[in-house]
Design a protein around this ligand. Structure first.
Ligand code: SF4
Length: 752
C-alpha cells in the first residue's frame, strides 16, 4: 500500500494535460509576466450544473490554468457560459481547501493533521471494527453527482464488491431519483429522450416546476434561439424569472400539479387530441388511464388547483394544436411527495399526444448536477453498474463476468435510500458513514434532525475539497480531495452527452483525486487486487464501455476521451461500428430482450424516433395513481406555504464552491432572504429589508424580507443556498423514488 501511496503522491506533481492541448504559435502578449501568459488551451466540461458547457482553459507554459472562456465551437453552449462557469477556477484557490488528512483527537475533540498512511489505516480499521461488531452492513456511504463517472463507478464497486457494504446512495437522491424511477417504469430504462436542439425546434415548450432562466441559463439561451415563435408555458406557483418571460404562466396551488396534469389529460382526450395510431402501436394502459382521468373534470381541477377553467382550456388547446410540443420538468416536480406519478403524468401527456421521438418534442427531465446522469447509470447504488438490475441473477452473473469477479461478491438486493440510511443511523443499525463531496448537514431535509443523526455515528469520514463544510465539521476523519479541474474523467449531461473533464491545475498540499483515494482505500482494505484493471479513469472508461454493451446506454462506439473531445461530446447510445456519416440505425440486443438502441447523427440525437421503448414488449406504459393530500397543510398556526428553490444563477447548491468567488458573491444576496406578497407584508406590517422570523414546527430562522408579487398571497419563497432554509423543511418523501419533498411546508412569519 505504501508504494501505491508513494506513487500517487509523486504523480500529483507530474504533467497535467500538456499532451492534449492546442498550442498557438503566438498570442502577442509579450508584456505580460510569463506565468500569466497563455501558451496553450485545454477543453474541459463545466463541473457545476447538468448543462455540460464546454470551457476553454488557458494554460501557461508550465501547463497551469490562468483563466478560462466558453468554448465557441461546442454544440451544447455555443460559446456561452453562466457566471458559475466563468468562475469555475476560483474555488480551487480558496484558503479553506483541505490539504492534509485530518483525524479527530479523542482527548481534545479537535481535528488534527495526519499523514495519509495513518488516515487510511484508521479508516480501514474503524470500518472493519464496525463490521465485526455490528455486521457487514453497518457501514454506508453518501456520495454525489459532482464527481466524474469513473470515480462513481469505482466507489460503488469498491464499497459493494470489495468492502462488503450494501447501503449507499448519493445526493442524486435529492434531485433526480424521481426522473430515474419515472423513466424506468414508463419507458423500461432511465432514458431522458431529448437533445438540446429540441429547445430550438419546439412549437410549444411547457416548463413544469422548472426555472431555467436561473437554474439552467444556457438551456434558456437555447430556448431564446427558437425561431418557430413558440408558446412558452410555465406551470409554477411562483412568478419566476422564466414565468415572467413566458407566453402563459399557470400559477397553480403548490403541490396540486398531479391533479392539474390529470385535468389536462382529461381535456386533451375530450377534445380528440389523442394520437390514436401512436398510442395503439407504442403504448399500453391508455384505456385504463382515460377511464381514470374521466373524473378530473375542469371544474373539479380548477377547484383543487386554483387554475381557472379558461386557462386549462387554453393550455389544452396549445398542446392539441401545436405540432411539436415539448414538456420539461425539474425540481418543482422531482422534489414532491408524489413526484414519480407527477413526472409520469407529464410523460403520459407526451405519449397520448404522440409528442415523443420527433424534433421539438419529448417528456424531458432537466437534470440538476453536472454528473447526476453518470450517477444514475454507474453509481452502483440502486441499479447495478450500467443500469442492470441487482435483483436479477442473470444480470449479476453478467456483470461479475465482465468484471472478472465471483458473482457471490455482488449483493442480490438494493440497499437503503438516503433517508433510510439516516434512519438506520438513528436507530443504531449503521455505525460508520463515508460522505464524499456532499454536505448533508446543510442540504438534507429537516436539517436539525440530520445533524443530530450524524452525531450518533461511531465513525464519520468526510472526503471533500474543503474543511469548512457543515458536515466536515462533524467528521472523525477528513480526507482532502481534488476538485473539478484537478483531475480527469467524464461527466454525462442532461441530454445523455459524455463530456471530458481535464486536469488543468494541481490540487493543493496532499489533496488527491477521489479516484486515487478510492484506490488507496482498496489497498488499505486489502481488496486492491480486485480492482487492478481499474488503474486510471481512462482505464475505467473502457470497463464502463464493456458494461454498457447491449444496454440502452451502449457507448461501445466511443473510442476514448479524445474521441469525445473531438466530437464536442457524444450522447449515448453510441454503439460500436456505427456510421455517423450515413446515420445507420444499427441496433444491439441486450440481456433483457427488447432493449434496442437507435443511433443516428453524431452530434445531436434523440431517443424513440422509431416508437420502440425499452420494456420487453417495446411499449411505453401509462402509469397513474390518485393524488394524495399535501403532507403538511397550512392551518391557523402555520398559515403560509413555504416554497424553496434556486435563488440565483450565481449560486450553486450549498455554496461550498460558489461562495469562494468574490464575483459570484456580488451577483446574489449573501444572506438568507424570503419573498413575501405585498398584501401579506402590509397585513403583518413587514417591509423589504426587514429581518423577519420564519417559524415551522421544526425550527425558527431569520431571513431578510423581500416584498414582491412574484409569490402569491399566503406563500413565501426562500432560496436553497443558505443553511437556514432546511431547518424549516418537512421530511416527506415520494414513495417510489424516496426523493425528499423540499418544495412545500407550513410556516408562519412575523417580525424578528
Ligand atoms: Fe456550468 Fe451549468 Fe453554467 Fe453551463 S450553465 S457554465 S454547465 S453552471
Amino acid at each position: 500500500m505504501s508504494s501505491a501511496l508513494d506513487q500517487l503522491l509523486h504523480a500529483r506533481t507530474g504533467p497535467m494535460t500538456s499532451d492534449l492541448v492546442q498550442r498557438p504559435a503566438d498570442f502577442g502578449l509579450g508584456q505580460i509576466p510569463a506565468r500569466l501568459q497563455p501558451a496553450a488551451t485545454a477543453k474541459s466540461v463545466c463541473g457545476f450544473c447538468s448543462t455540460g458547457c464546454s470551457l476553454q482553459v488557458h494554460l501557461n507554459a508550465a501547463g497551469e490554468a490562468i483563466n478560462l472562456s466558453p468554448d465557441p465551437d461546442h454544440p451544447v453552449n455555443l460559446g456561452m457560459a453562466c457566471p458559475k462557469g466563468w468562475e469555475a477556477l476560483t474555488p480551487l484557490a480558496a484558503p479553506d481547501r483541505a490539504t492534509v488528512p485530518l483525524l479527530r483527537n479523542a482527548a481534545t475533540g479537535q481535528l488534527e493533521p495526519a499523514n495519509w498512511s495513518r488516515a487510511l489505516e484508521r479508516f480501514a480499521s474503524e470500518f472493519k471494527r464496525i463490521q465485526r461488531d455490528h455486521g457487514a452492513h453497518a457501514i454506508a456511504f453518501l456520495s454525489t453527482g459532482q464527481i466524474v463517472t469513473e470515480e462513481m463507478a469505482l466507489l460503488g464497486a469498491l464499497f459493494k464488491f470489495g468492502m462488503g457494504g450494501l447501503h449507499c446512495d448519493s445526493n442524486t437522491r435529492q434531485c433526480m431519483a424521481t426522473s430515474h424511477v419515472a423513466y424506468k417504469q414508463s419507458f423500461g430504462f432511465d432514458a431522458p429522450p431529448f437533445t438540446y436542439a429540441d429547445f430550438e425546434e419546439s412549437d410549444a415548450l411547457v416548463f413544469i416546476g422548472a426555472n431555467p432562466c436561473l437554474a439552467h441559463p444556457i438551456m434558456w439561451q437555447r430556448v431564446m434561439r427558437n425561431r418557430r415563435a413558440p408558446e412558452i408555458v410555465v406551470v409554477d406557483p411562483r412568478r419566476t424569472e422564466t414565468a415572467q418571460a413566458a407566453t402563459l404562466h399557470v400559477a397553480l396551488r403548490p403541490k396540486s400539479d398531479l391533479t392539474f396534469l390529470y385535468g389536462l389529460a382529461h381535456l386533451l382526450i375530450a377534445r380528440g387530441a389523442v394520437k390514436t395510431d401512436f398510442v395503439a402501436a407504442h403504448t399500453t394502459g391508455f384505456d385504463a388511464f382515460a377511464a381514470f382521468v374521466a373524473e378530473f373534470t375542469p371544474d373539479r381541477v380548477a377547484a383543487a388547483t386554483d387554475v381557472p377553467v379558461a386557462t386549462l382550456h387554453r393550455l389544452a388547446a396549445i398542446i392539441a394544436e401545436r405540432e411539436r410540443v415539448s414538456f420539461w420538468w425539474t425540481m418543482g416536480v422531482n422534489q414532491s411527495h408524489e413526484a414519480t406519478r407527477t413526472a409520469q403524468a407529464i410523460i403520459n401527456l407526451a405519449l397520448l399526444t404522440g409528442n415523443l421521438g420527433r424534433p421539438g418534442t419529448g417528456a424531458n427531465s432537466i437534470t440538476g448536477q453536472c454528473n447526476a446522469m453518470g450517477s444514475r447509470l454507474f453509481g452502483n447504488a440502486t441499479s447495478l453498474l450500467g443500469g442492470y438490475d441487482t435483483a436479477t441473477p442473470a444480470h449479476r452473473a453478467h456483470v461479475a463476468g465482465l468484471l472478472g469477479l465471483d458473482p457471490a461478491l455482488i449483493p442480490d438486493r438494493g440497499g437503503y435510500a438516503y433517508d433510510q440510511i439516516l434512519d438506520a443511523v438513528d436507530r443504531g443499525e449503521i455505525k460508520g458513514l463515508w460522505v464524499i463531496a456532499t454536505n448533508p448537514a446543510h442540504s438534507w431535509i429537516n436539517q436539525s434532525r440530520a445533524r443530530e443523526i450524524l452525531g450518533k455515528l461511531d465513525f464519520l469520514v468526510v472526503q471533500d475539497m474543503y474543511v469548512t463544510t457543515e458536515t466536515a465539521a462533524l467528521a472523525d476523519l477528513v480526507l482532502p480531495a481534488a476538485g473539478w479541474g484537478e483531475k480527469d474523467g467524464t461527466l454525462i449531461n442532461s441530454e445523455r452527452r459524455f463530456g471530458v473533464v481535464r486536469k488543468v491545475a494541481r490540487a493543493p498540499g496532499q489533496a488527491l483525486a477521489d479516484f486515487s483515494i478510492f484506490k488507496l482505500v482498496a489497498e488499505a482494505w486489502g481488496c486492491g487486487d480486485r480492482f487492478r484493471e481499474w488503474s486510471s479513469p481512462a482505464a475505467v472508461f473502457q470497463i464502463l464501455k464493456r458494461l454498457s454493451a447491449g444496454q440502452p446506454c451502449d457507448f461501445t462506439g466511443i473510442e476514448d476521451y479524445a474521441a469525445i473531445e473531438a466530437a464536442g461530446g457524444i450522447q449515448w447510445p453510441w454503439v460500436e461500428n456505427r456510421s455517423a456519416e450515413t446515420g445507420d440505425r444499427k441496433r444491439s440486443e441486450s440481456l433483457k430482450s427488447g432493449f434496442r438502441t437507435p443511433v443516428s447523427g453524431l452530434t445531436e440525437r434523440r431517443l424513440f424516433a422509431d416508437g420502440r421503448f425499452f420494456h420487453p414488449d417495446g411499449r411505453a406504459r401509462f402509469l397513474f395513481d390518485p393524488p394524495r393530500p399535501v403532507p403538511e397543510p397550512t392551518d391557523d398556526a402555520f398559515p403560509f406555504t413555504l416554497l424553496t428553490g434556486r435563488g440565483s444563477s450565481a449560486q450553486w447548491h450549498t455554496g461550498s464552491r460558489t461562495d469562494k468567488s468574490a464575483v459570484l458573491r456580488k451577483l446574489a444576496p449573501t444572506v438568507q432572504t424570503v419573498e413575501i406578497h405585498p398584501d401579506d407584508a402590509a397585513g403583518l406590517g413587514l417591509f423589504s429589508g426587514q429581518t423577519v422570523a420564519i417559524r415551522s414546527r421544526r425550527a425558527t430562522v431569520n431571513a431578510v424580507a423581500v416584498v414582491t408579487a412574484t409569490v402569491q398571497r399566503r406563500q413565501l419563497f426562500m432560496p436553497l443556498h443558505f443553511p437556514e432554509m432546511n431547518r424549516l423543511t418537512f421530511p416527506a418523501f415520494d414513495p417510489h423514488s424516496r426523493q425528499p419533498s423540499y418544495k412545500a411546508c407550513a410556516v408562519a412569519v412575523a417580525p424578528a
